[in-house]
Write a protein that binds this ligand. Sequence first.
Ligand code: NZQ
Ligand code: ZN
Length: 386
Amino acid sequence: MNNFELYNPTKIIFGKGEIAKLKNEIPKDASVLLLFGGGSIKKNGVYEQVASALEGHKWQEFGGIPPNPEYHVLLKALEIIKKEKITYLLAVGGGSVIDGTKFLSSAALYEGEEPWDILAKRIRTEVGMPFGTVLTLPATGSEMNSGAVVTNDKTEEKVGMGGPGLFPQFSILDPSVVTSIPERQIANGLADSFTHVLEQYMTYPVDALLQDRLSESVLSSIIETAPRIMEDTSDYKSAANFMWNCTMALNGLIQKGVPTDWAIHMMGHELTAFYGIDHARTLAILTKNHYTYNLKSKQAKLAQCAERVFGITEGDEKEKAEACIEAIEEFYLSLGISTTLSSYTDNFEGTAQKIAKRFTERGWTAIGEHGKLTPHDVEHIVEMSY
Ligand code: NZQ
Ligand code: ZN
């Protein structure tokens, strides 16, 4: 097992009817800005619950944060934060609203001229404006981690940021919110959380017995929950499992003491930046090809996953590893998610070269768990995904 430090200060409040508790979590003298997306919260009753919990607080709202939170939209919220002397942010939404709020938490206290530098220069956020979240879409784990991804439409970039100052102070997870989520987003949440576990598990063994078993449990639980929640979003029992699976997949716990990959996410973010493909779907496009291309270095963990998660016992290690890659692909397909780039855009020629060029320019020349994947390898993997 590798050395590690574990720090996670986010308080989770989980369960039916718990949104009302946010009034106890936000300081009484705070000046609150409630941030939300395109308006789903105004149709499904979440907005009313939040507004009623905020009675007694001084608050105002900013709506319209789009999926893949856009930098120029966020700058408008930043103006309000400064002009209105906001002291506390409350994100009510999915990963995009929470990530947008994390950017604002950082930018509100940033002293430089150009807030984009936080992303472009990879400036870690040690201290941000305090914020809490009410999660409406299980998927990213952003409600309990300190990372965020922001999009710049003008430059077609999607860039990550983070730091210990960006953990939410609290997150309220009421599985009842799942009822109104459209099928496409349910499938996205299942595929994204599944791939989060893979990125932290499908590397090479380091004798981290508990971490392996934890990851395998989250994978198995996602597989078990998937058909039930796809069938009926109003099934509270399934919604509760779906929600907690997604949080556990990326709250930092399962990656402690083990190597991590994240190459699928690095490549996937480029596909969203270029073509606007939903984040989770970019991962489904790349995973099979990434694992096939890197079969040798990932074979032991792939075979272990085949046995423990998919119950595949036939064949030697290589055969089990290959069967695992097929089973993973089958899982994405079972959610109705297409796994080729050409099923999302006709304009795919040259994508692999463009992505490899960007990676070279950014100095991302040695990625993956071994730090050995070059832009040349990335080009191959993306090309295999057409
Ligand atoms: O905007 P509204 O109207 O609220 O509608 C949203 C949006 O259109 C809708 N939705 C959310 N909750 C709903 C609902 N519709 C009905 N009922 C509800 N209860 O769902 C749509 C998608 O929302 P979005 O927040 O974009 O989805 P998701 O949670 O999948 O977030 C994706 C973003 O998170 C980033 C992705 O790159 C992407 O930008 N990620 C963030 C990570 C992190 N911070 O740790 C890790 C991930 O790997 C990922 O990169
Ligand atoms: Zn993801």
